[in-house]
Write a protein that binds this ligand. Structure first.
Ligand code: 4AD
Ligand code: MG
Length: 464
């Protein structure tokens, strides 16, 4: 195959390539005045302009459609704005028929699209500028997470997707079975099932990461987790990615530091490597009057530079009660309507993440270490403007006795969690960790209103 250059390479090295003949391959994004083509090849959100001489390509021009894959061999010239480059083709080859009746060709153009309309043709979304920009940021965010932990000497551990525990203690799991339950002749007892017991998709890799930590010191798991919550909101998915570090000899203050460093690092890197995409997103949000993203770059820079707000659960309850005495009571979880008040009334000016610590034990999972007051836990949630909770973490209960007591009190199945309890018997040590919702962080970074628009193929209640 003859070497062809990506449009990204050409734009970066434009001075080197000027007046040279090059081969490019991509798709037609735009066709103007019957002789200007704009080509995109996915390597960047920028297009390369191709100026066609009508006399030479008369026959080809008739066949051109927006969306056609195309191969062009041509000379790179300086655009008359003296800044950009454009191509004068010597040879053109078109590929792929476009069935005009099949779908709205605006999807293939540089137009703004209704995001809900795009969700109905989910397999075509990658071809839009908005979605491909988000996917590029998604890719970079993924890589930068691994880079951060590598720099901090963490080991990556992939924890299983098929599990028989529910780390979060809630009943919101997907069953995994090979039994064909539509066939009535089958005995639906899980003893006859593939694993000979009740099995589900994991809701978190934390418990396994804790056992890996006891041999590797600093570990993180980063993979898909599954929750069968029937939440049709703009920040819930049934399948999402979670980053979960677990570190020995770490106290609550240490994971607060680590999580703040991680957030700041990721935002810094995205501002560095994805600035073109962020600029486009900001432009998109301004045009579409979306308040989450109107000042996206300023918002991100602010977070990168400023100190986050740290506040106890008790204080948050007091602040919320000062606005409306009946809106929340001590012991309640901080939900979306409270988050809205926190960011739109109480901390309106700052627009910074809010680190809330010491949540009541009754609303937190079994593994969290309980404070001396015996009613609150050594826990944090980090809430972000517009989205709400993006991080949740805690010190872990490392005493066998205390953990057993909580497990019994919560009526959990001891047999299933025995292995986790046992790691407290062999050289147990205080440790902490947290979970960061990857897709929610990406939603925040891209200023998108709905998490469904930052995930390649979102899974939701009633929709697959
Ligand atoms: O707060 P969660 O449930 O914490 C855990 O699962 C712990 N085991 C993590 C740990 O300490 N290792 O979930 C962690 C994060 C949330 O803060 C949120 O960002 C995200 O996961 N999350 C979701 N994201 C999208 N859709 C959902 N349905 C989510 N549920 C939680
Ligand atoms: Mg949580």
């Amino acid at each position: 195959m003859k070497y062809y250059y990506s449009i990204k390479e050409i734009i970066i090295n434009k001075n080197k390539f000027l007046n040279k003949n090059l081969l490019i391959k991509g798709w037609i994004k735009f066709f103007r005045n019957n002789f200007f083509l704009e080509i995109n090849d996915g390597s960047t959100i920028k297009n390369l302009q191709v100026v066609i001489k009508k006399e030479i390509f008369k026959k080809k021009l008739k066949k051109i459609n927006i969306g056609n894959p195309i191969k062009i061999f041509g000379k790179l010239k300086l655009h008359k704005n003296n800044k950009d480059v454009e191509m004068l083709p010597l040879n053109i080859k078109l590929y792929g028929k476009i069935d005009k009746k099949f779908f709205d060709k605006s999807i293939l153009q540089n137009k703004f699209h209704s995001l809900s309309k795009l969700r109905k043709q989910i397999y075509l979304r990658f071809r839009t500028k908005i979605f491909s920009s988000i996917m590029k940021i998604r890719h970079n965010l993924y890589i930068q997470i691994h880079n951060f932990f590598k720099k901090k000497h963490f080991y990556y551990i992939n924890t299983p997707i098929i599990s028989n525990n529910n780390a979060e203690g809630a009943g919101e799991t997907f069953r995994v079975t090979t039994i064909d339950f539509e066939n009535k002749k089958n005995n639906l007892n899980c003893k006859n099932d593939f694993f000979k017991c009740k099995v589900n998709l994991t809701v978190s890799g934390q418990l396994e990461a804790e056992s890996a930590m006891l041999g590797l010191g600093k570990v993180y798991t980063f993979g898909p987790v599954f929750r069968a919550e029937n939440s049709n909101t703009n920040k819930h998915l049934s399948e999402f990615l979670m980053v979960e570090p677990e570190i020995m000899f770490y106290k609550l203050k240490d994971i607060i530091k680590l999580s703040v460093k991680l957030i700041k690092y990721l935002i810094k890197k995205i501002l560095k490597y994805c600035i073109e995409e962020l600029k486009y997103l900001e432009y998109y949000h301004k045009k579409n009057n979306n308040k989450n993203g109107k000042n996206l770059i300023k918002l991100l820079k602010n977070i990168q530079k400023k100190k986050f707000i740290k506040i106890s659960y008790n204080k948050v309850i007091k602040l919320l009660k000062s606005i409306n005495n009946k809106i929340i009571f001590w012991g309640d979880d901080i939900g979306s309507k409270h988050e809205k008040i926190l960011f739109e009334k109480i901390f309106k000016k700052e627009l910074l993440p809010l680190i809330i610590y010491n949540y009541p034990k009754n609303i937190k999972p079994f593994y969290m270490k309980i404070n001396k007051d015996n009613i609150t836990t050594k826990s944090i949630d980090i809430l972000f403007p517009y989205i709400g909770e993006i991080i949740g973490g805690s010190e872990r209960e490392h005493s066998y006795k205390k953990l057993l007591k909580i497990i019994k009190k919560k009526n959990m199945n001891i047999k299933k969690i025995k292995w986790y309890l046992n790691i407290r018997k062999l050289g147990t040590i205080y440790h902490s960790g947290f979970g960061l919702g990857f897709d929610r962080l990406l939603q925040f970074i891209t200023g998108m209103k709905n998490i469904r628009d930052v995930v390649p193929f979102p899974r939701l209640p009633g929709k697959i």
